[in-house]
Design a protein around this ligand. Structure first.
Ligand code: ATP
Ligand code: MG
Length: 169
């Protein structure tokens, strides 16, 4: 099925990782493609080294993405990441495939929503696909089997507490 975790509250990526943990209990494998990211210090990147059932590919780069005027390098990385995602979904490379931050990639038009939605609609029966990120476009929501909108009620960020190791990244 196709699941979409969106909204401005914390918990989208970690909810997807929770599914990966649960699935592993049934011998299922997870592949996570992280768009817009390349940072080996992320907890999930560190953990992947010790988890045979979890593969992480960070398909972005370690730089700030300007969503208003994306660098051609970032656009190319999104395109290459999406080609890799299509291949993984078509070939059932894992039982659960997490496309982390794909929602924001679509919301900011770094990939054409219609193309992505058409592919996911046709292939979502192959494997469990989870997309995360703020601002999931309406077209994606329409074809999803499950959509959760995380809403922020409180976040310690507003108290000046920044990203914490193992909790936020
Ligand atoms: P997480 O990876 O913790 O599940 P997320 O995937 O829901 O978070 P993202 O939009 O991917 O959220 O942002 C990731 C980072 O931004 C995390 O460090 C997270 O704590 C932080 N963050 C998420 N939501 C908020 C918010 N509403 N205000 C401030 N920081 C946030
Ligand atoms: Mg996230």
């Amino acid at each position: 099925m196709l699941q979409v975790y969106t909204g401005t509250g914390k918990g989208k990526t970690t909810a997807a990782l929770g599914v990966a943990l649960r699935a592993s209990g049934y011998g299922m494998k997870t592949l996570m493609l992280s768009f817009l990211k390349d940072d080996p210090e992320y907890g999930e990147a560190r953990a992947a080294k010790n988890l045979p059932w979890f593969t992480l590919r960070q398909v972005g780069r370690d730089a700030f993405v300007n969503f208003h005027n994306p660098d051609p390098v970032d656009l190319k990385m999104c395109r290459d990441g999406w080609e890799e995602a299509k291949e993984a979904i078509s070939s059932h490379a894992a039982d659960v495939i997490i496309l982390d931050e794909l929602n924001i990639v679509l919301a900011t038009q770094m990939l054409p929503t219609q193309e992505v939605v058409d592919f996911l609609r046709e292939h979502k029966n192959n494997v469990e696909v989870i997309t995360t990120g703020r601002g999931a476009p309406e077209e994606l929501i329409k074809i999803a089997d499950l959509v959760t909108d995380m809403s922020e009620v409180k976040h310690y960020f507003h108290k000046g507490i920044s990203s914490r190791n193992g909790i936020d990244h």
